[in-house]
Design a protein around this ligand. Sequence first.
Ligand code: MG
Length: 385
Amino acid sequence: MRILDIRERSLPISRYAGPAPAGGLTTSVVAIRIDTGGSGQPITGYGYASVGRYAQGGLIRERFAPRLLKAADGLVGEDGGLDPFKAWQAMMAGEKSGGHGERCVAVGALDMALWDAAAKAAGLPLHAFLSRRLGTTPLPASKVRVYASGGYPYPRDDLASLAQEMRCFADLGFRHAKMKIGSAGLDQDLRRIEAALTAWGAADHLAVDAMNAYGPAEGLEATARLSPLGLWWFEDICDPLDFETQSTLSSAYAPPIGAGEALFSAAEAKLLARHGGLRPERDVLLFDPVHCYGLPGYLEILDTMTAAGWTRQAFWPHGGHLFGLHLAAALGLGGAEVTPFAFDPFRGLADVTVIADGYASLPQAPGIGFETNAALRRLFEEIAG
Ligand code: MG
């Protein structure tokens, strides 16, 4: 078993079903080809840098891919296959604590592809491979609780389009959804929430995400005005590292709060647990495993937060990717995000995914199962050459 080569490309992604606008969001897509030994064909693992943080091409090309290739012959696990934990150690060699910047995203994209390759080599879907590798019991869930994420402001007919999007989520089989607020002023945000609820129904099945927009005063006004609605959760209210404001807002807002999406390490998670004022029995943790140095980093965060009194059910990984769906099943997490329309071409899950009554089925193909989504299969195969 050895890594043969690593390919990487930056790709524009769209918050809507249409084409990505120039100068908009990007992500890194990677393909890692491994020789499994014997007479078999090489296997290619695919990964990408989730959504929301821009592409990491320079870091991947200049720093992390060369370290993996340098260690290519020494990454064999006890089972004779590729050991993604050893690969992770090779990528992180010489990295100092702190100063995560966005190197954590570059490592996470490569880590996703390594797990895809390792599970493919073992002939198992990732959730089953992880369950065996990590020794998790009970066996992974056969379906995962999910919610539909979207509700970005529309350039035209915003309220009517938002209501229509919510109706589509319900028609697709979702029972929980999340929409964006924070960019248009609170009066308009409340009009948008009202429009969404007219189509969606239950406020306790609708979360809102302010994308870290509010300072202390605006945050207090927002928590006061949203509190009576009894929403499913109120996400990313203030700056992710402003724990003083987070703590003040946690005291002021009784319904559930979501946090952690823009924190990237166990050390940062520990600060959130100690100083964020969050309530483990009620609140929701949104760490994105891809943005947190991949699965090894995410497992450290799980350990940190469970030691601070949280359960795994509080974790709802950000990103809307199949990787998060497999992790939710294998690790017994609360559920996973799905973006049915946003972040094209990474919207949705697999073509074979069934969403019913708020639960998603898991792809049973070996690996993560990107190949079960026709658009992603074309994209990844083109990048792999
Ligand atoms: Mg968010």
